[in-house]
Design a protein around this ligand. Structure first.
Ligand SMILES: *[C@@H]1O[C@H](CO)[C@@H](O)[C@H](O)[C@H]1NC(C)=O
Ligand SMILES: *[C@@H]1O[C@H](CO)[C@@H](O)[C@H](O)[C@H]1NC(C)=O
Ligand SMILES: *[C@@H]1O[C@H](CO)[C@@H](O)[C@H](O)[C@H]1NC(C)=O
Ligand SMILES: *[C@@H]1O[C@H](CO)[C@@H](O)[C@H](O)[C@H]1NC(C)=O
Ligand SMILES: *[C@@H]1O[C@H](CO)[C@@H](O)[C@H](O)[C@H]1NC(C)=O
Ligand SMILES: *[C@@H]1O[C@H](CO)[C@@H](O)[C@H](O)[C@H]1NC(C)=O
Ligand SMILES: *[C@@H]1O[C@H](CO)[C@@H](O)[C@H](O)[C@H]1NC(C)=O
Ligand SMILES: *[C@@H]1O[C@H](CO)[C@@H](O)[C@H](O)[C@H]1NC(C)=O
Ligand SMILES: *[C@@H]1O[C@H](CO)[C@@H](O)[C@H](O)[C@H]1NC(C)=O
Ligand SMILES: *[C@@H]1O[C@H](CO)[C@@H](O)[C@H](O)[C@H]1NC(C)=O
Length: 404
């Protein structure tokens, strides 16, 4: 009986496994979503997440991406004008491949750390891995103290100068915590990892409301920098009934004093959304800090968004920058956003709920925003140019808040 069950199990699992093994992560690419990214030394690393293979009609499942890939930020490579992708780095099945976690980049020591995230099926016990980019090698770290759990779809940020990784909120659920029997629970803690001291702290958030699926970015403002959090969902009644977070409500953490502040933003407030991505840049004289967001999934009656907004600080003004009216035609969430040289933002992948089209397979789902709108197209969306390294505050921001 055991033998028969075992054979049945193998038979059921074999087709998807063998199908996955014969796929090429570059040439069979159709879509990528829920992945983690980090930029170190002109390489944008892509770890984990899910993929769809081309064509989706014949490959309807989501597959775990088990490859560690990278885009070469000094190349334009492809005809589509995006940085060439490679899949020749080391990663085996001992190292987790998860969705909705973070890679904390330490670009002094050329390492990134993999924290958080969830599995497609049963989770393994939380182990904390680091990838040494110089050695092309994964190292299991000395471990994580009690009281630091693995959560998923929280909001993370890295402070390079200080070597700090942060992660706010996120879910505890059956995909990230072995033996989790209850309903998913949104956490309210702010995790900090000090990369140089290998020290963890579990701090409080702005309040004890559970939150997840929002974004957090680092701004080099104030003495020790600021973390700015918004969006996603919250559990305001602490009973598991979630609601969308009001996109006007901005939470700011001052790193030097470890204090949280709240601010209401005005302007063109975006619709509530979850699993969107964002990145930050600032004027050379720090007269404004501009956070660019892209897309996301809807909360209730909307599948998602194909739009872009800027939250400009210190005025806390929302400005819509794409499209010029209405919504774009390809709503999707679960993309990644990485700002390169303060001036361009690579928006990679996403899950498109409304169709089965592949996501620009000629450029492996890589899209680029020219944040200053001063590239050859003089527009937000443009090809990627390694030689664009200066951010000019674009007209829509100057019109709304002034400055140059
Ligand atoms: C694939 O993942 C997306 C995004 O999380 C989800 O909405 C969809 O139901 C998944 N599809 C399958 C076949 O599991
Ligand atoms: C991966 O391929 C690129 C391009 O051919 C090459 O420059 C790089 O050295 C390779 N990396 C490894 C770890 O093999
Ligand atoms: C990874 O382990 C190797 C030894 O196998 C060591 O030389 C290297 O410094 C380690 N890297 C990190 C980032 O810990
Ligand atoms: C998989 O990678 C880990 C981390 O580099 C290593 O310790 C382990 O020996 C590898 N396993 C196999 C089977 O190669
Ligand atoms: C932080 O600590 C609180 C209180 O013990 C706990 O409920 C929460 O799950 C912890 N957060 C993480 C991400 O481990
Ligand atoms: C949680 O509380 C809110 C507000 O009281 C209520 O509307 C909702 O139905 C409750 N949810 C559950 C699961 O009890
Ligand atoms: C969001 O918050 C702003 C400012 O607090 C408030 O004016 C607005 O009515 C709120 N919107 C919703 C949908 O609750
Ligand atoms: C934001 O607006 C809400 C309602 O409009 C108000 O209750 C709250 O005090 C405001 N918060 C701040 C920080 O001004
Ligand atoms: C979706 O719901 C929100 C609030 O619940 C409402 O303001 C909006 O008009 C609805 N949108 C559509 C397309 O029905
Ligand atoms: C950047 O390189 C492109 C060619 O790839 C060239 O046309 C353009 O003039 C360069 N821009 C700057 C600012 O050097």
């Amino acid at each position: 009986m055991t033998f028969i069950l075992f054979c049945l199990f193998v038979a059921l699992n074999f087709p998807s496994q063998s199908l996955q093994q014969t796929k090429n992560p570059i040439t069979d690419f159709c879509r990528r979503f829920g992945h983690q990214t980090a930029v170190i030394d002109r390489k944008l690393y892509i770890d984990g997440g899910l993929v769809n293979w081309n064509p989706i009609s014949q490959n309807p499942l989501n597959y775990t991406n088990t490859w560690l890939l990278y885009n070469d930020l000094d190349s334009t490579g492809s005809a589509g004008g995006m940085p060439q992708i490679y899949s020749n780095l080391t990663k085996n099945n001992t190292v987790p491949s998860v969705s909705g976690g973070i890679l904390w980049a330490d670009d002094v020591n050329k390492v990134f750390y993999q924290y958080g995230g969830e599995y497609q099926t049963s989770p393994e016990t939380f182990a904390f891995w680091a990838y040494d980019t110089l050695l092309n090698q994964w190292n299991l770290t000395s471990g994580v103290p009690p009281g630091i759990e693995r959560v998923s779809w929280g909001a993370g940020a890295t402070i390079n100068d200080l070597g700090y990784g942060f992660y706010y909120g996120g879910w505890l659920n059956a995909q990230n915590t072995p033996g989790w029997g209850g309903l998913p629970m949104a956490t309210s803690s702010l995790i900090k990892y000090d990369m140089n001291a290998n020290a963890w702290t579990n701090n409080t958030g702005p309040d004890n409301t559970g939150r997840a699926e929002g974004v957090m970015v680092y701004l080099p403002a104030s003495d020790g920098g600021l973390l700015v959090y918004f969006g996603g969902i919250e559990d305001p009644y602490k009973n598991g009934t979630i609601v969308g977070a009001n996109m006007s409500n901005i939470h700011v953490f001052d790193v030097a004093s470890s204090k949280w502040y709240a601010q209401n933003a005005t302007g063109e407030i975006p619709d509530m959304r979850r699993k969107f991505c964002a990145g930050a840049t600032w004027a050379a004289d720090h007269s404004s800090y501009n956070i660019y967001l892209y897309g996301g999934q809807g909360i209730n009656n909307i599948t998602g968004f194909d739009d872009a907004y800027i939250l400009s600080l210190p005025s806390f003004t929302w400005i819509k920058v794409y499209p010029s009216s209405g919504e774009g035609s390809s709503p999707h969430g679960l993309s990644s956003c990485n700002v390169i040289d303060n001036s361009q933002m690579l928006v990679i992948g996403g899950y498109f709920a409304e169709n089965q089209n592949c996501d620009s397979p000629d450029v492996w789902g890589t899209h680029n925003m020219n944040l200053g709108e001063d590239g050859p197209e003089n527009a937000l969306w443009d090809k990627y140019y390694p030689n664009i390294t200066k951010y000019l505050v674009p007209t829509p921001v100057i019109s709304a808040v002034g400055g140059g």
